[in-house]
Design a protein around this ligand. Structure first.
Ligand code: 6GU
Length: 243
């Protein structure tokens, strides 16, 4: 997968080269390029923003600069890119989004700052039949899209084949079956007087699976009743309902 990021703060994306993602890059599973938006400014001040039409607080990022940046970065590779525009006004980014994008050959992230990017940049790209997704990572407001890009790239890249040591970790993720994952334990058997649940040491795999499923249902009901309510009809069997 090729990933491009356009930002006025390239240094903000440095963590992408650490740890799991760094290894995915070194291993050639991900080809990452971070670009400084100011490369495509033409004035001496390298201005990327201007006052909003209609008035109001804040500044809007100028379309000429973004338009040239997108054209240039798209041309770096012949494969078509999904263009991702992080914005608190976007559709929610979820595990299903990460799964869908992990099948793409190329992602291009555009980091807006200030009050966002002139809407015509998105409108123009869509008019040229490019895929543009405006997405939000949650119901709070960040200063810019950079941290949201760190979040989304990490969620997508860990799903690529060969990135996780044990692919079963991704299959058992919270959300992949629509439920939160239950609690996990390791040695010692008793720590500060707290014992590991007996069932997990029983060696009875069917009982362990049932116990884990019940804890997942319990935790989801407590913390995320909205997820339980959204499960498809056939997601719960009689044993689940008995719990
Ligand atoms: Cl994707 N961007 C910004 N600036 N703020 C956000 C967000 C994105 N998602 C939630 N808040």
């Amino acid at each position: 997968m090729r990933i491009d990021v356009i930002t006025i703060f390239p240094g903000y994306l440095a963590p992408l080269r650490e740890a799991l993602l760094g290894r995915a890059i070194s291993a050639g599973l991900v080809d990452l390029a971070v670009h400084d938006l100011r490369t495509w400014t033409r004035d001496v001040h390298q201005a990327v923003d201007d006052a909003p039409y209609g008035g109001g607080p804040g500044m809007v990022m100028r379309p000429q600069v973004w338009g040239e940046a997108l054209d240039a970065v798209l041309a770096l590779d012949e494969r078509p890119a999904r263009i991702v525009v992080p914005t608190p006004a976007g559709r929610p980014f979820t595990q299903a989004t990460a799964q869908a994008w992990s099948g793409d050959e190329r992602l291009l992230f555009t980091c807006g700052r200030y009050e966002g990017i002139d809407q015509r940049v998105v409108d123009d790209a869509r008019r040229r039949d490019l895929t543009v997704d405006e997405v939000s990572i949650g119901d709070y407001v960040l200063v810019g899209g950079e941290v949201a890009v760190l979040v989304m790239v990490e969620a997508v890249v860990r799903l690529l084949p060969g990135v996780l040591g044990n692919p079963a970790s991704a299959e058992q993720d919270s959300f992949s079956d629509g439920l939160l994952e239950g609690p996990a334990f390791t040695r010692p058997e008793v720590w500060r007087g707290l014992a590991v649940p007996d069932v997990l040491r029983s060696g009875n795999h069917a009982k362990i699976a049932r116990w884990r499923r019940d804890r997942a249902l319990e935790r989801t009901a407590e913390r995320r009743p909205d997820l339980l309510a959204a499960l498809p009809e056939d997601a719960l069997d009689d044993a689940d309902r008995a719990f």
